[in-house]
Design a protein around this ligand. Structure first.
Ligand code: FDA
Length: 307
C-alpha cells in the first residue's frame, strides 16, 4: 500500500525539498547512491571490478526543466567517460541514461534528447563500451524506443530497458529479441495506471517470466535486471533450456541491494553487472528504492526520529 504513495511523493517538489534538506537523509541515501561526484564514485568502481563485478553507471537526475540542464547532464556523462578511460575497463563499465535528463520532456524534446545523448554514446564507443537507455514512465517509451533504434544504426550495441508491468512489453520484447540487441528486463519502478500496467505483484512476476522466455529464446543478449531470488533461478533454468552459454546473458542488480548475491552469481561464473548511481540529484532514484521495499522507509523514518 505504501509503494504508490511514495511513488507519488517522488514527483512532488515540496517533498523533494523537505526530504533533501533533512540532515539524516544522507546516511540512508549513501546505501544506494555511493557518491556525489566522479571522484567520490571511482573508488567504488575499482572495488566492484576488483571483486569480479561489472558496472552500469548512472549519473542521477531526471525531469529537468531547461535545455541548459540537459546539456549539463550530457557533460556530466562525458566527464565520467573521460575519467573511466585510463581504467581501461571497456565493456566492464557501461553507462545507463534516462532520456528525461537529456531534455526529452522539453519542447522539441525528442530531437533534443537524441542530440544530447548521441555524443555520450559516441564517447562510450571510443573507450570500448556502450550505453543502455533506461525506461521511464509509459508516456516516454515510444520516444525512447525511436531514439534507441536511431542510435543503433551507428552503434548497434546500444541497449534499452523494458518493463514487465506494462501490457505493451510482450510485443516490444518480440520485436527486440533480434540478433545484436541488448535488452534489460526489469519489473518496472514507476506509478502506472491500470489501463496500461499490471498492478498485482503475481501478475507482474508471471509477465516477467513470459517476457524473459521470449528474450532467452530470441537472438539478442538478455540482461536480467532483478533481485528476486525466484526470478533469478527461473532465468538460469530458461538460459539452460535455450542452450545459452554463461556469456550469452547477464544478471544486473542495483548497488546497495543484495550485495552478497552479486558476489555469489559472479563466483558461479555469471556476468554480474551492478547499476551504480551517483550525483547530487538523487531524490527520484532514492524514492523509487524506498517504494520498492517498505522496510527501507521504516528504517529511514526511524533514523529521522532518533536523530
Ligand atoms: P522485488 O521488488 O520483488 O524484490 C525482490 C527482493 O529484492 C526483495 O524481496 C528484496 O529482498 C530485494 N529488494 C528489491 N528492491 C529493494 C530495495 N529497493 N531495497 C532493498 N531490497 C530490495 N525500473 C524501471 O522502471 N526502469 C529502469 O530503467 C530500471 N532499471 C533498473 C536496472 C537494474 C539493474 C535493476 C536491478 C532494476 C532497475 N529498475 C528499473 C527497477 C525495477 O523496475 C524494480 O523496481 C526493482 O528492481 C525491484 O524489483 P525486483 O525485480 O528486484 O523484485
Amino acid at each position: 500500500m505504501l509503494g504508490p504513495v511514495i511513488l507519488a511523493a517522488s514527483r512532488s517538489d515540496r517533498m523533494r525539498r523537505l526530504i533533501s534538506a533533512a540532515p539524516v537523509t544522507k546516511q540512508v541515501v549513501d546505501r544506494f547512491i555511493p557518491g556525489e561526484t566522479v571522484d567520490g564514485v571511482l573508488p567504488i568502481v575499482r572495488q566492484l571490478t576488483d571483486n569480479g563485478l561489472e558496472l552500469t553507471m548512472d549519473v542521477v537526475g531526471e525531469d529537468i526543466t531547461t535545455p541548459e540542464q540537459a546539456e549539463a547532464a550530457r557533460d556530466a556523462y562525458l566527464e565520467l567517460i573521460d575519467r573511466l578511460k585510463p581504467l581501461e575497463l571497456g565493456e566492464r563499465a557501461e553507462m545507463s541514461v534516462k532520456l528525461s535528463m537529456f531534455g526529452q520532456a522539453l519542447p522539441g524534446g525528442h530531437e533534443l534528447a537524441l542530440a544530447n545523448v548521441r555524443p555520450v554514446v559516441e564517447a562510450a564507443a571510443e573507450i570500448g563500451t556502450t550505453v543502455t537507455l533506461d525506461a521511464e514512465d509509459h508516456t516516454t517509451l515510444d520516444s525512447m524506443f525511436a531514439i534507441h533504434e536511431e542510435l543503433r544504426k551507428d552503434f548497434p550495441q546500444t541497449g534499452c530497458v523494458i518493463q514487465a508491468y506494462l501490457f505493451r512489453t510482450e510485443e516490444d520484447a518480440r520485436r527486440l529479441a533480434a540478433a545484436g540487441s541488448r535488452v534489460r528486463l526489469v519489473k518496472g519502478a514507476y506509478k502506472e495506471p491500470a489501463e496500461v500496467a499490471y498492478q498485482q505483484k503475481h501478475e507482474i512476476d508471471k509477465a516477467y517470466v513470459r517476457i524473459l522466455r521470449t528474450l532467452m529464446e530470441g537472438e539478442g543478449y538478455p540482461m536480467i535486471g532483478s533481485h528476486d531470488p525466484r526470478l533469478i533461478a527461473i532465468a538460469q533454468e530458461l538460459a539452460r533450456t535455450a542452450g545459452r552459454k554463461l556469456d550469452e546473458y547477464e544478471f544486473q542488480m542495483l548497488y546497495g541491494i543484495r550485495g552478497e548475491e552479486h558476489l555469489r552469481l559472479a563466483a558461479e561464473g555469471h556476468r554480474m553487472r551492478v547499476y551504480t548511481a551517483y550525483g547530487t540529484d538523487w531524490y527520484g532514484y532514492f524514492m523509487r528504492r524506498l517504494a520498492e521495499k517498505p522496510a527501507n522507509l521504516r528504517f529511514f523514518a526511524r533514523s529521522m526520529i532518533t536523530k
